[in-house]
Design a protein around this ligand. Structure first.
Ligand code: ARG
Length: 472
């Protein structure tokens, strides 16, 4: 690592000409980002190879030098892939570590690679490539997979009816499938946000050099295309100092975590003995070191807890950028740990849910019992009276008194006789006995987006079709 030869190696190969003293060892450590930005090596090498090929195509360096550089970088990449690479703190970051190793390998040609670029456009390029790849390879497939397991649960157990809640008070009965599909909708919006972030991230800063562009006759469109960007970024000052894409990623990740935290909270509550709506698989729960009876929902609790760190990453990124003068400032080196942490956390949290949901037992009996005990069809009784011509406000009042009486008598609404209903209003007829059931309540909610089995079946089919269209 940072031995004395290393300490000299940094300044010697880079800005040594201007300096007469080696970097202080503490400063070198504080200044170094290699501990975390080595994660960008594949993007860094791809960017350098595209740059070298373009320089040769433009006649800035020779074809032989470009060939030596690209092959040398391939060998450096193989070394890093194989774990055969001593990252040097004295060489500060991934960019200088890779370049130093390249030059050690191929000699003078390595020194030509940095023509017409700077670490400022280089790091901005690497980081954008990393975000694009992470969205494509890690986030979007997991959003699909999580939607897939939600849809599968909705298909298998979706006819179960549970109380829908407002204020965490039993409100109206809903199909479990309807409840699960609510999360599918949230994940659709998450997909849209990540895709939107991706669109703006897909601009190449390469060739903006330090801040002002370069006098060399470079072809930025060529490197942008070779690296899979949609286009070169328009303004060199903006491109080297812009980290909006990192903020947008952390913002999309934050909202995705909000959704996962809400799902987590429901899983925690539902797995409690008080609810008992689900039982988590043994492989996804933990025991207590002291209380033998415990089965704790640690995984959803952790996902709920990790939500906060992603918010923290978002605020850290925003704060790094706030008030920063153009163009590159070293503050920007602080972008990476927050970005990587947000990315790793949202990836792992999605993965946890993808694995946990299929291992969950859905207790339709318990859900149903909560409906029966919860006066969840009180609205239906009021709707019934309203349909018979009773003004809704009056109907509401009548049913309020009825529920109060039921609570005092400890009787569920579904156990009342017609005569008992009629004690509260003369408009009640035989058909109230059907209207008050949870099945009738759910079946009646046929409005668009409602919980009627027919509507939910349509929503399920639409969700499946959207998912299939992406994989078709
Ligand atoms: N390690 C640096 C970063 O992450 C690379 C860019 C350094 N540029 C500079 N002018 N010192 O931001």
């Amino acid at each position: 690592m940072a031995d004395s030869t290393d300490k000299k190696a940094g300044p010697q190969i880079t800005w040594g000409g201007r300096f007469s003293e080696p970097t202080d060892a503490f400063v070198a450590r504080l200044n170094a980002s290699v501990g975390f930005d080595q994660r960008l090596y594949a993007q860094d090498i791809a960017g350098s190879q595209a740059h070298a090929r373009m320089l040769a195509a433009q006649g800035v360096i020779s074809a032989e030098d470009a060939a030596a550089i690209t092959a040398g970088l391939e060998a450096v990449k193989a070394d890093i892939d194989a774990g055969d690479f001593d990252w040097s703190v004295a060489l500060e970051d991934v960019h200088m570590n890779v370049e130093h190793r390249l030059t050690a390998r191929i000699g003078a040609a390595g020194g030509r690679l940095h023509t017409a670029r700077s670490r400022n456009d280089q790091v901005a390029t690497d980081l954008r490539l990393w975000v694009l790849d992470f969205i494509d390879a890690q986030v979007l497939p997991r959003l699909d997979a999580l939607q897939g397991v939600l849809i599968q649960a909705a298909e298998e157990h979706g006819q179960a009816i549970l109380p829908g809640y407002t204020h965490l008070q039993r409100a109206q009965p809903v199909l479990l499938a309807h409840h699960l599909l609510a999360y599918v909708e949230m994940l659709d919006r998450d997909r849209g946000r990540f895709a939107d972030c991706r669109r703006r991230a897909a601009e190449s800063p390469l060739g903006c050099a330090a801040l002002a562009g370069t006098p060399f006759p470079i072809d930025r469109a060529a490197t942008a295309k070779a690296l899979g960007f949609d286009r070169p970024a328009a303004n060199s000052l903006d491109a080297v100092g812009d980290r909006d894409f990192a903020v947008e990623f952390a913002s999309a990740a934050s909202l995705c975590m909000v959704h996962l935290s809400r799902l987590s909270e429901e899983l925690v509550v539902w797995s409690s003995q008080e609810f008992g709506f689900i039982e988590l698989g043994d492989a996804f729960a933990t025991g207590s070191s002291i209380m033998p009876q415990k089965k704790n929902p640690d995984i959803p609790e952790l996902v709920r807890g990790k939500t906060g760190r992603v918010f923290g990453d978002l605020v850290a990124l925003l704060t790094v950028l706030k008030g920063l003068p153009l163009a590159y400032n070293k503050d920007l080196q602080e972008d990476k740990e927050a970005l990587f942490d947000a990315a790793d956390t949202v990836r792992d949290s999605l993965e946890a849910m993808i694995r946990l949901l299929p291992a969950t037992t859905w207790r339709a009996d318990r859900m149903r019992a909560a409906c029966d005990a919860g006066f969840v069809t009180a609205t239906d009784v009021a709707d019934y009276l309203a349909n018979k011509g009773v003004p809704f406000r009056e109907a509401h009042h009548v049913v309020g008194r009825l529920v109060g009486w039921c609570i005092a008598e400890q009787r569920p609404l579904t156990a009342l006789t017609l005569a008992e209903f009629q004690r509260f209003h003369s408009a009640f007829a035989e058909d109230i006995l059907r209207a008050v059931t949870v099945e009738a309540s759910v079946a009646a909610r046929t409005s668009q987006g409602g919980t009627a089995p027919l509507r939910v079946a349509e929503a399920l089919a639409a969700a499946k079709a959207r998912l299939a269209a992406r994989h078709g």
